[in-house]
Design a protein around this ligand. Structure first.
Ligand code: GUN
Length: 282
């Protein structure tokens, strides 16, 4: 039977570490880290995520601002808002909550954020530096997963890691971070034989947004299973992308949904913003 990876507890620890650093930064250098969150329209999931981010920011002693705009905002207006935040010395981290309305070119907005203030690690400069193995602000969800692996003493070196999903937000940066830690990495996606790939994996990370796509019987005994999925059932219950109960019978460690990966994303966003403030970005 697998041990649960308690992301909620690890995230609380990360936030406590950040809070101690914030206290020091304020006392020694008179800097209060500032996080600006941009939310467009009324996507209910985005409202919940942004609420969580604001709460975490307040808890660690950051300044934070939510810039909420109507879904009818134009591309130029949104670009102007991003530029205003780029130029604001009180803002160290900028996050534009995705998804954006269809008439907005999300890539152009992400690229407009000053790379030094890109709390999400989505800017092409940060994504490219990660690819090259150079210092970069890291995408929060995979960065949080690397911390979870560390916490359970799982060293990816020499292990077979399979990442199911190839998004720019999770799958691709996840694969690169595992590679950097010397795993043998496979990215599986909708055209892959996912079962075959998962069956050979020592570390399985699933981020596709399809309820229980990965079956418990596919999991190699002793594997570490990280489930990024958050799928809402009609009865309101949340389930992941992995068939949890059956996977837990075979895995050595597994993340629950909720309470696994989710809390880590926000904790690492806070960490990224702190690090930007420490670097003195203005
Ligand atoms: N939408 C879903 N996840 C994320 C995230 O990590 N960052 C942003 N900005 N938007 C998201």
């Amino acid at each position: 039977m697998a041990q649960l990876i308690d992301g909620k507890a690890v995230a609380a620890r990360v936030r406590a570490e950040v809070k101690a650093e914030v206290d020091r930064l304020k006392a020694e250098r008179g800097i209060t880290p500032g996080l600006a969150v941009v939310r467009v329209g009324e996507d209910p999931a985005s409202q919940v995520y942004v609420g969580g981010k604001k709460k975490a920011a307040a808890e660690v002693g950051f300044n934070s601002w939510e810039h909420h705009r109507d879904a009818s905002i134009t591309q130029d207006e949104l670009l102007a808002l991003v530029r205003q935040l780029n130029d604001d010395p009180a803002v160290h981290g900028i996050l534009v909550q995705l998804p954006l309305p269809k008439h907005i070119d999300a890539d152009a907005i992400i690229s407009a954020v000053k790379p030094e203030k890109d709390a999400d690690g989505f800017h092409p400069m940060n994504a490219g530096n990660l690819l090259l193995g150079r210092p970069a602000t890291r995408a929060c969800t995979p960065y949080g997963i690397m911390r979870l692996l560390e916490e359970i003493g799982c060293d990816p070196a020499g292990k077979r890691a399979v990442v199911v999903g190839r998004s720019n937000i999770v799958g691709k940066p996840m694969a690169l971070m595992l590679l950097q830690k010397n795993a043998t990495v496979t990215i599986a996606h909708s055209k892959s034989d996912v079962r075959r790939e998962v069956e050979g994996a020592d570390i399985v990370v699933v981020a596709v947004g399809v309820k229980e796509l990965v079956k418990g019987e596919w999991i190699k005994p002793g594997a570490v299973v990280i489930d990024v999925g958050m799928n809402r059932l009609p009865d309101g219950k949340l389930v992941g992308d992995v068939e949890f109960a059956k996977a837990a019978e075979r895995a050595s460690y597994i993340t629950p949904v909720p309470g696994g990966v989710g809390p880590m994303t926000i904790a690492m966003l806070i960490r990224n913003t702190l690090e930007a403030a420490e670097r003195g970005v203005k």
